[in-house]
Design a protein around this ligand. Sequence first.
Ligand code: HEM
Ligand code: HEM
Length: 471
Amino acid sequence: MPTSIAGDLSHPRDADDSALASVFAAYTVTATLWLLFATAIGVLLAYKFGAPDFAPGEWLTFGRLRPIHTNATFYGWASLALVGLAYYVAARSSGTRLYSVKLAWIGLILFNVAALAGTVALELGYNDGNLEYREWPWPIRLIFLGALLVTAWNLIGTVARRATEDIYLSNWYTIGGVLWTCIIAVVAILPWYQHGLGQVSVSGFYMHNAVGMWFTPLALGIFYYALPKLLNRPIYSYALGVFAFWTNLDFYPIIGAHHFLFSPLPWWLQTTAIVFSVAMLVPVLGGSANFLLTMRGRFRDMTHSYPLMFVFVGVIGYLVGSTQGTVEAFRSLQEVWHLTNFTVGHSHLTMYGFVTFAIWGGVYALLPVATGKAADQRGLALHFWMAVVGSFIYVISLSIGGTIQGLDWIAGRPFIQSVVDIQSYWVWRGIGGVLMFGSHVVFAWNVWRMCFGPSATAVQLAPSRSDGAPT
Ligand code: HEM
Ligand code: HEM
């Protein structure tokens, strides 16, 4: 049973390494451009809550920009960055080269073409508006599906030619994620169920599987690889990781209907979704415990490793955000929070506090090793603190504001009263958002240094101090 993947830092660089590094860097660079674009739109959207008459032209209306923001963060930023990392982790942890460098480049082009065409279509007003997170017209979603298939094939091919006997934990999560997402993407495109209550049901299924079976397993795969690397010690329990994998796979696909509690969907379906939302505590607590126990006795290492700090925040984001999701799924609390800004807080706690921090931790830990170029420590520090403080302000302000909003509605106050009551919290969200966006500009600079800057020394490349722990 493999317990460690640490210790391949001294791997000699050859043509295969360079090809892998180029693929990893290209995915990260294009993802970063999408992050900058999508979150600039996010800041503009946040500003519009305080100044609704600002930029009123049809091109900049809220209705067009919001799906541009959500789809570009999902499919431009997070998906591209996670796939780049998954390729690197799959090849390195399997002790082999990529199955096909060419397929990796084809996938990169397809992902970017889909994201670009989708953005243009939404901006022109072509929007499958009632299908959240799949608003792109369906031919564009087909291009995305093509990119997914190419990626699944390439990742499976890479792991299949591994030099090790076992499949490392990260690859369980990654391959599980890509395979399952191909199924979700097909279900989301098939026209037969896309009307009436069937459409509501499929929407819930799609939305929660997109976050739970695409972003979540890929981000967890990064933790399973980066943490042992950064700490130079094995993951606490391989068996617990496998257990969390199977329970995640069993429970996640059935919780989608919790997005539509109190809707005309069958009551039993809603109740099933709530029950499995509670069951989700099993993989969430199992996975989080595994990461935190891997860090046991070594939390002080964070004082000299920003990549480790990013990973740590990501783990806490996963634990807190998912547990919050379980609580949010109860009918008694949905009554207060459904359709309020509390949910937007939850979305950012998870997609930002968990997924985005996991990506940053992975990129800072692994990209310098791949390219042989490092970012400046001050750049990492600035990025980290701006992102942490900004997202903290963002999530806390919307959690409080959203609760006030919900209580106003329950009390039967006029809708406009709830708008007035939440206004100062929207201003705080905007302040948090500006800090977050600033941190992305710093991240872009750091990525530039890690891809095109001067070559680093061995000391700069080591993710953290080695203390002789088993490798
Ligand atoms: C595993 C435990 C989780 C549970 C039980 C859960 C539960 C929920 C619930 C009940 C809602 C609906 C809120 C409403 O409509 O009022 C929701 C929304 C959402 N969740 Fe989670 N969540 C979990 C984890 C996550 C994770 C890990 C992510 C991201 C990676 C995530 C991303 C989202 C997003 C983006 C929405 C907003 C969907 C929308 O636009 O309506 N959740 N979650
Ligand atoms: C500078 C950083 C960001 C800002 C200022 C920002 C701002 C916003 C705003 C104003 C909305 C609309 C909320 C509403 O309709 O009431 C939104 C929605 C959303 N954003 Fe962001 N965002 C940022 C970063 C991100 C990132 C990096 C991700 C994902 C990786 C993300 C995912 C989402 C999602 C899933 C929603 C839909 C929320 C829901 O319906 O519950 N955002 N964002």
